[in-house]
Design a protein around this ligand. Structure first.
Ligand code: SF4
Length: 499
């Protein structure tokens, strides 16, 4: 639970074949997924033309008196939505506004809009290519890049499927995309490796078809979850249901393993399993892997809220009491603060409250989902020590992160990662814990119910599932070891011409 790690994006889109207004469904589908991106949001609907509304921050509550205004602003029976956290493009306010999705692109012959989740690795090459057709292309977001590429391809040949195929062949990285053509066709596709989730669903009468990053987007609308889109698959929503086409053979499936540990909502399903049940199994497995530490412990403490399910699993496995001594201040977020002091811990103190009377003199197992930079972990552990905890053993559900992510998670350099060069004993010292105990990769895999070669563990093993990302990782690692500056953002690096 490292609060400085940003998520990528969330997507929801839908079409009503009875031609009724779709915006309310898209709105709720996105509200259910605001955890996937909190810096900006956007909606686009189609009623013969594209209608767009984008803004910064969380998706707002719509007050009763504002309802008509929103419905008038976003008419039409097809719609796409997006919530975004920037992992590409600049981060000043102006750039954030420009990079807010959905993205649109227009040529003399065509017009298209998309909502996107992921991160592109070979950005510079793609930008060079696109600037021939769009000379004033001011890149602020990978979605713009894919959208423009689709528009160029559709201008040459109106076959949408072949335009998506070109994206899959020429773009390396993570992209789960849903979009609308100028004719109002709703479509979706996923990169051939399938890093990010994207699934399909329908209402019970079958007149509304939808795409969503997570299944919670369907639950909130009362839709049925249909199926997870396969890597390299292209889909069109039709009156008869989803038309599926596998357009690139899936060589290596690699769903981001971190989705299970941290990003996805616990009540979403990934690969057919509820995320919260997988997290419970993480806890049980940690109990088995570190049974010697468990024997000496008095209490389990979870850090709210992504490790609560794992804490329950650990409690079930070991019989140890799970004491809910840490609580999140529900309405205090990092986006709504006025600094009261420069005190180092103030922000975290304002987010998490730790009650002390059960911790005094106790031997604790503190369970958390991950350690990325270690700042939050250190603050929480130091606070527990001040409150009188005797021993603190950290149990971490996600294996040790040793390298950056190039596929949409905000971990950009080796330097920023506490685990890139340090063993668990050294990390324990830095964060003031008695020990740091990571779940094994094999244990993690078993808990997910997936096969090891179906998951991405690039940031954990240093073995990235796509070739340019691997080259980039090797190059960055060499620079890091030699004490050179690492470039923090992948969109700044000419990955195909590394020296
Ligand atoms: S490198 Fe890590 S965070 Fe990035 S997609 Fe792979 S598992 Fe997920």
């Amino acid at each position: 639970m490292d609060d400085s790690v940003g998520m990528e994006c969330g997507v929801f889109s839908a079409i009503d074949f009875e031609q009724k207004q779709i915006f309310p469904y898209v709105y709720w589908g996105m509200r259910a997924q605001n955890h996937r991106g909190h810096q900006s949001y956007g909606f686009l609907t189609f009623d013969g033309k594209f209608n767009v509304h984008r803004n910064l921050d969380l998706i707002p509550k719509i007050k009763k008196k504002e309802t008509q205004e929103w419905l008038t602003r976003l008419p039409g029976h097809v719609g796409i939505g997006n919530v975004r956290y920037t992992t590409s493009g600049r981060r000043d306010e102006d750039s954030l506004i420009k990079g807010t999705q959905p993205a649109t692109a227009e040529t003399k012959k065509t017009k298209i809009a998309i909502s996107f989740n992921g991160n592109i690795v070979n950005t510079i090459q793609q930008k060079k290519e696109l600037s021939k057709t769009f000379p004033n292309f001011s890149y602020e977001c990978d979605a713009e890049l894919i959208c423009r590429k689709l528009a160029i391809e559709l201008t040459k040949d109106p076959d949408l499927l072949s335009a998506a195929k070109t994206c899959m062949k020429e773009i390396e990285g993570a992209f789960s995309v849903s979009g609308i053509t100028q004719e109002g066709t709703l479509f979706a596709f996923k990169d051939p490796t399938g890093f990010r989730p994207l699934c399909t669903g329908c209402n019970s009468r079958g007149n509304i078809c939808a795409f969503s990053s997570e299944t919670v987007g369907f639950d909130i609308n009362g839709f049925n979850h249909d199926f997870e889109i396969k890597p390299g698959e292209f889909i069109i929503a039709t009156e008869k249901g989803f038309e599926r086409k596998q357009i690139i053979a899936n060589k290596k499936k690699a769903l981001c393993a971190f989705e299970f540990a941290y990003f996805a909502r616990p009540d979403s399903k990934l690969n057919g399993n509820y995320v919260y049940e997988v997290r419970e199994e993480f806890g049980r497995n940690l109990g088995r892997e570190y049974s010697e530490i468990v024997k000496e412990a008095d209490l389990i403490i979870s850090l709210p809220e992504t490790s609560d399910d794992a804490a329950f699993g650990l409690h079930e496995e070991t019989g140890l009491r799970w004491e809910r001594s840490t609580r999140r201040h529900r309405y205090v977020t990092d986006r709504a603060f006025i600094l009261l002091s420069q005190e180092r811990y103030s922000t975290i103190n304002r987010k998490i409250n730790i009650v002390d009377h059960k911790l005094v003199g106790k031997n604790l197992i503190v369970i958390d989902d991950s350690i990325v930079r270690g700042d939050t972990t250190r603050v929480v552990i130091e606070k527990m020590r001040k409150l009188g905890a005797e021993k603190i053993h950290l149990f971490i559900t996600f294996p040790r992160i040793i390298g950056p992510c190039f596929y949409g998670i905000d971990m950009a350099t080796y330097n920023e990662l506490i685990g890139s060069t340090r063993k668990p004993e050294e990390i324990a010292q830095i964060v003031s814990a008695d020990s740091v105990n990571y779940q094994s990769i094999d244990g993690f895999v078993k808990s997910t119910g997936m096969k090891k070669d179906e998951l991405c563990f690039g940031c954990v093993t240093g073995k990235y599932p796509t070739p340019l990302a691997q080259r980039l990782a090797n190059w960055m690692h060499r620079r890091f070891e030699n004490g050179h500056k690492e470039y923090g953002r992948i969109y700044e690096i000419d990955v195909e011409n590394l020296t």
